[in-house]
Design a binder for this molecule. Structure first.
Ligand code: C5P
Length: 319
């Protein structure tokens, strides 16, 4: 059976990846750039429902609130939004779409379905203009990595992609989540552009994720995986899914687990081919996808044809 078929069944391991990706994974394990020291146990064999409840109990969307050093000393309490991210919408969203940037979404004609949701999450510089038929045109929230804020090619200050949406930025911090160490040496310095943007656009909700939240997700992925996963933060996609599970009644995830349209085309908006975008090299992406597959409440046929997974929101189910 093909790799894709096995992924749909949740029955794959990194050994089935091409040698180049396996080598990249190994190198990340030995480099351990972020100083990960996992103290938990691996391979807990939770069912999909148990895993959902574990996530519901432990996942706590946390953003920088300016109350901890060094941010407190730097006066960040007045820079960050008054209202916490998960409290922005008092009753949360009903149904939400998480639109992955994968090339496989091209020719999907999912645009109308995506736009029919109450809220739509997109990532980084993924555009809608010119791709409406396949990805829709509504954007409620955008998760951006620190490179978007710092790399001039992305035109963070002027681009309409980053206007009139909730912005959530993140940067790989040390596993220790020591904010002083991180502030002095972020992967990309997002702090300066963040404060500038907040000053210029005080009414736009714009948050920085707390490293504790990101590494908490990593711990849960590792605890529920037999193999040693890459000691690097989860992908923006996984982070986004968990944020939406915390804010929505139901979450429809598009082209995270690939459909029959699976392709090595990395992004729908860019002519660049690399299997690592879908299966992971830096991020523990394959393992994230296996957990999401385990929790899928949608139809198998929607997975094959639309690349769609349906997850309940945390508030929707009693554990
Ligand atoms: O590449 P980028 O991080 O901007 O894409 C957003 C998210 O979409 C990724 O973090 C990943 O979770 C998901 N993705 C994917 N397959 C691809 C490209 C992106 O699953 N080919």
């Amino acid at each position: 059976k093909s790799f894709l078929y096995k992924l749909w069944k949740g029955d794959v391991s990194s050994k089935m990846l091409n040698p180049r990706l396996q080598k990249a994974m190994k190198d990340y394990l030995s480099t351990n750039k972020h100083g990960v020291r996992f103290k938990g146990k691996r391979n807990s064999k939770l069912t999909g429902d148990q895993l959902f409840c574990e996530l519901k109990e432990r996942v706590n969307v946390k953003t920088i609130d300016g109350k901890e050093a060094p941010f407190s000393t730097l006066g960040w309490e007045k820079h960050v939004p008054q209202i916490p991210l998960v409290k922005l919408y008092t009753h949360g969203f009903g149904s939400c779409a998480v639109v992955m940037s994968a090339g496989a979404i091209l020719n999907s004609s999912l645009g109308d379905e995506i736009d029919s949701h109450d809220a739509v999450l997109r990532f980084n510089s993924a555009p809608t203009r010119g791709y409406e038929k396949d990805v829709g045109n509504k954007t409620t929230m955008r998760i951006i990595n620190s490179q978007i804020l710092t790399n001039p090619n992305h035109h963070f200050v002027d681009s309409s992609l980053y206007k009139d949406v909730i912005l959530v930025a993140w940067d790989p911090a040390p596993y220790s989540a020591n904010l002083n160490v991180w502030y002095k040496k972020p992967d990309y310095n997002l702090f300066t552009p963040y404060v500038q943007h907040r000053r210029k656009n005080p009414t736009q909700p714009f948050y920085i994720l707390h490293p504790k939240f990101i590494w908490q997700l990593w711990d849960i992925i590792q605890e529920n995986t037999k193999e040693k996963i890459q000691p690097n933060p989860p992908s923006s996609g996984f982070i986004g899914i968990l944020i939406m599970m915390s804010m929505c009644n139901e979450v429809h995830v598009y082209e995270y687990i690939p459909s029959v349209r699976q392709t090595d085309l990395c992004h729908y908006h860019e002519l660049y081919y690399d299997a690592a975008c879908t299966l992971g090299a830096y991020h523990p992406l394959l393992y994230e996808k296996l957990l999401v597959q385990r929790m899928n409440k949608g139809l198998q046929d929607d997975l094959y044809r639309k690349g769609k997974v349906i997850l309940p929101g945390f508030k929707a189910i009693k554990c």
